[in-house]
Design a protein around this ligand. Structure first.
Ligand SMILES: Nc1ncnc2c1ncn2[C@@H]1O[C@H](COP(=O)(O)OP(=O)(O)OP(=O)(O)O)[C@@H](O)[C@H]1O
Ligand SMILES: [Mg+2]
Length: 177
């Protein structure tokens, strides 16, 4: 991972993208995001099976002071809540049977509650996302390489990205991750 994330054109503003070469690097990116969270944040994670969404969520959890070993993909329960510096609400919509089923989950209430809502397979329920959210895409680049791109969808999420980028740059400069 480089200290200068590639800035790529994005139709809704500026996105920041990294190429990670291990799960540990994706975790470190998540940790910086978790540390950068304030009050209430909403992150939508989109990417194919095994792309590293849950890996990133574990990093976010660590950045929020949630014990990362507790964080697993929600299965029968589609949303898990964890206590940390800020609460973490972790949803995984992979097993959502039909689009209408999302209405019964109360996801919108989570996104309006103080704390950090992170939704895997968020493209399955676009209607629950607040106007301002951080859209995160993860893609396989072969082997252990992944492309992780942060697409802020508003001023609030742009500030979250700016804080996370500053933290990562500082950590990489000092050799810590
Ligand atoms: N650069 C990388 N970033 C993240 N994970 C990586 C990377 N390289 C290898 N891996 C491995 O890929 C897997 C990613 O699994 P993870 O559960 O995080 O994916 P996911 O996107 O949540 O998948 P699912 O859609 O099944 O929930 C892990 O086994 C992890 O160790
Ligand atoms: Mg997952």
């Amino acid at each position: 991972m480089t200290t200068n994330p590639a800035r790529v054109a994005d139709k809704a503003g500026s996105a920041v993208a990294w190429e990670t070469t291990s799960a540990a690097e994706t975790h470190a990116l998540g940790k910086a995001l978790g540390e950068a969270c304030v009050e209430r944040e909403v992150m939508a994670l989109v990417g194919p099976l095994g792309a590293g969404k849950t890996c990133l969520v574990r990093g976010i959890a660590e950045g929020l002071g949630v014990p990362t070993e507790l964080v697993t993909s929600p299965t029968f329960v589609l949303i898990h809540e964890y206590a940390g510096r800020l609460a973490l609400y972790h949803a995984d919509l992979y097993r959502l049977e039909e689009r209408d089923a999302v209405n019964g989950l109360g996801l919108e209430e989570y996104t309006e509650t103080p704390g950090v809502t992170v939704i895997e397979w968020a493209e399955r329920a676009p209607g629950v996302l607040p106007h301002d959210h951080l859209w995160i895409t993860l893609d396989h680049l072969g082997g252990d390489r992944r492309r992780v791109a942060l697409h802020p969808r508003g001023a609030r999420s742009a500030e979250l990205v700016a804080r996370a980028v500053a933290r990562l740059a500082a950590q990489l400069r000092t050799g810590g991750a």
